[in-house]
Design a protein around this ligand. Structure first.
Ligand code: NAG
Ligand code: NAG
Length: 521
């Protein structure tokens, strides 16, 4: 009934506003359970674009809108977790402990289970589970848990997935998407698509390891939790996963390694990049007034650069004080001890508009994906200090485009900072490659945002678009890898060889008989 009223309202709005009659007025349930601000930043423009197309949204997230937005209803999870790393940020010391790939994989999967448990136990979400609301589409993040797929099943809605990073290893099978580790770098390795023998071994092992750990530490416990909360008759999550109509993934072949994608997996890298906005006046003046150009330094929204150990912080400051450039540093504290004259600190930076400024010559970054995409979009060379997660692979991709070099955290000294900055500042090829990458990145038939909206509405128009589904989804693994066919073929060859051998033997022995007769004569 609510649904019908909403449809009528929507249609009347259409008539009044003379919105194009192709508007679909679908009702979306969007579930963004990850308590990481950059994930929300990445998706917000998509959500706003859906509203602009007259869709109606109910959004479950930790980041409710500050002001009411028409056609947008928040189900806020703000109060669901006692400690919020999104508010306090992550300390450098903490992320240093995430470098071990095995622990990192287990952490991520356990974080998925933890997210599942806390979000499903949230009173508003419990209410939603037993509600008789109607939704046409359920949007889920494909990241560290499949916990919320049953919502699409429950509401008999079309299921859409969003990957705020490049594809997770477990995101491929459900679409039958090719994921050959010989040339497709795993998100958790430090490699681009150019891998030597040893790197390919590492790539294969990482893929297998992460999938196994995901299965045992996220999939299995999640399956249990889901049955507890949604009821025992919920199909297996793996089965629900195969019913995902579309996956929008935050990558683009101009920056990330080119790879084959089935038609239901669509790259929308760059979607989050906002329309240019004027900078705050003091920043505009600071950037305009930099006769030698600007170095922009930010470790992103989660990592707190104020938690850098004193020696590393001083290494940066000493290096900066020897440069003629202006340095803009996203620094979260009021005071920066030993701050040189040419350094300006800001607690929060409008990063995209800063990188757009022509005086910005280098982006000193941790290699987060959003920043990497913005650097590619605006053609700014990068000096990257990778810490955890996908940062190594993002920097490897920028490096493969010739627009970035890396500085290892353990090797940070005044000299290594200066060496890295000098390399990128004074070797023109970094800027040239960054400019070229930018041209390629922007050269598309449709903007990333329009692409995302188009494919979303496409699967709605075609009732979930089952025609997009690759037949690979339905094959058993040994069929997919053609092991059954190969077994038959090898078997046939083997049997033929044996038969030929037998035949030769028979022929030889039948020849022998007359020979013996010859001897007798
Ligand atoms: C798959 O999705 C369609 C709608 O797109 C729905 O009708 C069907 O019941 C779903 N099947 C499962 C197993 O979720
Ligand atoms: C450490 O920094 C020095 C000075 O810039 C550089 O020569 C060296 O190659 C770096 N080592 C590593 C492992 O990156």
């Amino acid at each position: 009934m609510v649904h019908l009223a909403a449809q009528l309202l929507c249609l009347s709005v259409l008539v009044l506003l003379q919105v194009p009659e192709d508007a679909l007025c679908a009702r979306f349930l969007v579930i963004l359970p990850t308590h990481v601000k950059s994930h929300f930043i990445m998706l917000e423009p998509y959500l706003k674009a859906l509203i602009a197309r007259q869709h109606e949204l109910v959004v479950v997230s930790h980041f409710p809108q500050k002001e009411p937005v028409a056609h947008y209803t928040d189900i806020s999870l703000e109060d669901s977790l006692t400690t919020s790393s999104s508010e306090t940020g992550l300390s450098i010391e903490h992320v240093q402990s995430l470098k071990n790939p095995l622990l990192n994989a287990i952490n991520l999967a356990k974080y998925g289970t933890h997210t599942c448990e806390t979000v499903l136990s949230h009173p508003s979400v419990k209410k939603l589970i037993v509600s008789d609301e109607k939704f046409d589409v359920v949007v889920n993040e494909i990241f560290h848990t499949d916990c919320f797929l049953p919502f699409a099943y429950k509401f008999k809605a079309i299921s859409i997935g969003i990957s705020t990073s490049v594809l997770m290893p477990w995101a491929n099978d459900r679409f039958g998407n090719p994921d050959n580790p010989s040339y497709i770098p795993n998100i958790f390795t430090p490699h681009s698509d150019q891998m030597n023998f040893i790197e390919r071994i590492e790539n294969v092992l990482t893929s297998v390891l992460y999938k196994i750990i995901y299965h045992f530490f996220s999939d299995c416990p999640t399956q249990q939790l889901v049955r507890e909360h949604f009821g025992q008759d919920i199909p297996d999550l793996a089965e629900l996963a195969m019913n995902t109509s579309l996956l929008l993934v935050n990558s683009h072949f101009s920056l990330n390694a080119p790879r084959p994608l089935v038609p239901s997996v669509v790259e929308i890298g760059g979607l989050h990049i906002p329309k240019p906005k004027p900078l705050p006046q003091h920043l505009q003046e600071y950037l305009d007034g930099a006769a030698h150009g600007v170095i922009y330094f930010s470790l992103g929204s989660m990592l707190q650069s104020k938690t850098l150990p004193d020696d590393k912080r001083d290494a940066f400051l000493q290096a900066f004080s020897e440069l003629p450039h202006h340095i803009l540093w996203k620094w979260e504290a009021d005071e920066l001890p030993g701050q040189p004259k040419n350094v300006l600190t800001e607690k929060w930076c409008p990063q995209s508009d800063i990188l757009r400024h022509p005086n910005v010559l280098v982006f000193l970054s941790h290699g987060g994906l959003l920043g990497a995409l913005e650097a590619a979009y605006y053609g700014v060379p990068v000096v990257g200090i990778p810490f955890y997660g996908d940062q190594r692979t993002n920097l490897a991709n920028l490096g493969a485009r010739g627009m970035a070099i890396q500085l290892q955290y353990n090797n940070i000294t005044k000299q290594s900072v200066l060496d890295a900055l000098h390399t990128v500042l004074y070797q023109p090829r970094y800027l040239e490659n960054a400019r070229r990458t930018s041209h390629i990145f922007r050269d598309r038939p449709q903007s990333a945002l329009d692409t995302a909206v188009f494919w979303t509405e496409y699967v709605i128009r075609h009732g979930g678009a089952p025609h997009l589904q690759s037949a690979a989804v339905k094959l058993a693994w040994y069929q997919y890898l053609l092991i059954d066919v190969l077994t038959l073929m090898l078997g046939s060859v083997l049997i033929s060889l044996l038969a030929v051998r037998k035949l030769i033997r028979v022929l030889l022995s039948s020849k022998k008989v007359p020979k013996e007769k010859d001897k007798q004569r």
